[in-house]
Design a binder for this molecule. Structure first.
Ligand SMILES: Nc1ncnc2c1ncn2[C@@H]1O[C@H](COP(=O)(O)OP(=O)(O)O)[C@@H](O)[C@H]1O
Ligand SMILES: Nc1ccn([C@H]2C[C@H](O)[C@@H](COP(=O)(O)OP(=O)(O)O)O2)c(=O)n1
Length: 203
């Protein structure tokens, strides 16, 4: 069984997916971490982030470890995970995510994983796992999402809100909900409330 949980930036996808996956006793995969890893490796190598042929050779030893408690991304023996949520990765990642060659690479990593799993991102329900039987799409206003993220980062709410809104705009192409996804406005809900809504729908 595959459950897809897509949604806009900072809508709660990874926290909700982790909770749902732990309740189901299956792993979850965070596709955004792979786009973030490509971005980090490109920035570290000094490569133009819009240059797919220059990025692809950097990815030969990149591996996603899909743990239920939280995903890790490795480049050979180096754990990249702690560096994937920096502001510079946030700023560059939409450029990388717009490259068809990089999207193909990410999709291939995800499709190679064994089911059952929970997959979260933007296009899990539309493109990567279109035949998944259970699809969800998380939303919340930009202000609510910025307030949540401000609890994790040393930036003020208006700056975070502006950056999230800009990333939503740049990611619009791949972010449409699947027609058969259940859309959940997480604004009025607690994290556990969102997880419970999904678990109830699965039963
Ligand atoms: N319904 C909710 N109510 C309150 N906080 C939430 C809710 N959903 C997510 N959060 C918090 O919002 C932040 C962003 O969630 P995260 O899972 O990182 O989102 P995404 O994976 O979509 O970027 C986290 O700090 C998370 O704990
Ligand atoms: N399936 C996916 C997952 C993420 N992306 C892109 C879009 C996002 O700006 C980045 C990072 O996504 P991630 O889900 O890690 O981060 P946010 O929830 O947006 O903070 O990657 C994508 O295009 N397709």
């Amino acid at each position: 069984m595959i459950v897809t949980i897509d949604g806009v930036a900072a809508s709660g996808k990874s926290s909700v997916s982790s909770g749902v996956a732990q309740a189901l006793g299956v792993p979850y995969v965070s596709s955004g971490l792979l786009y973030r890893a490509v971005t980090l490796l490109g920035l570290t190598a000094g490569v133009d982030l819009a240059d797919a042929p220059a990025l692809l050779p950097l990815l030969g030893e990149v591996r996603l470890e899909p743990l239920a408690s939280g995903n890790r991304v490795w480049n050979a023996d180096t754990d990249l995970t702690a560096d994937l949520h920096s502001t510079r990765v946030d700023t560059g990642v939409s450029v990388v995510a717009a490259l068809p060659e990089i999207r193909e690479w990410v999709d291939a990593q995800l499709r190679a994983l064994p089911a059952p799993l929970v997959a979260e991102g933007r296009d899990m329900g539309t493109n990567v796992f279109p035949h998944a039987p259970h699809k969800f799409y998380l939303t919340a206003s930009a202000r609510v999402r910025a307030e949540r993220r401000a609890r994790e980062r040393p930036e003020d709410i208006p700056a975070i809100e502006a950056a999230l809104t800009e990333r939503d705009r740049l990611d619009t192409t791949q972010s449409a909900p699947a027609p058969d996804a259940r859309v959940i406005d997480t604004g009025p809900l607690t994290l556990q409330g969102v997880i419970d809504t999904i678990l109830t729908a699965l039963h």
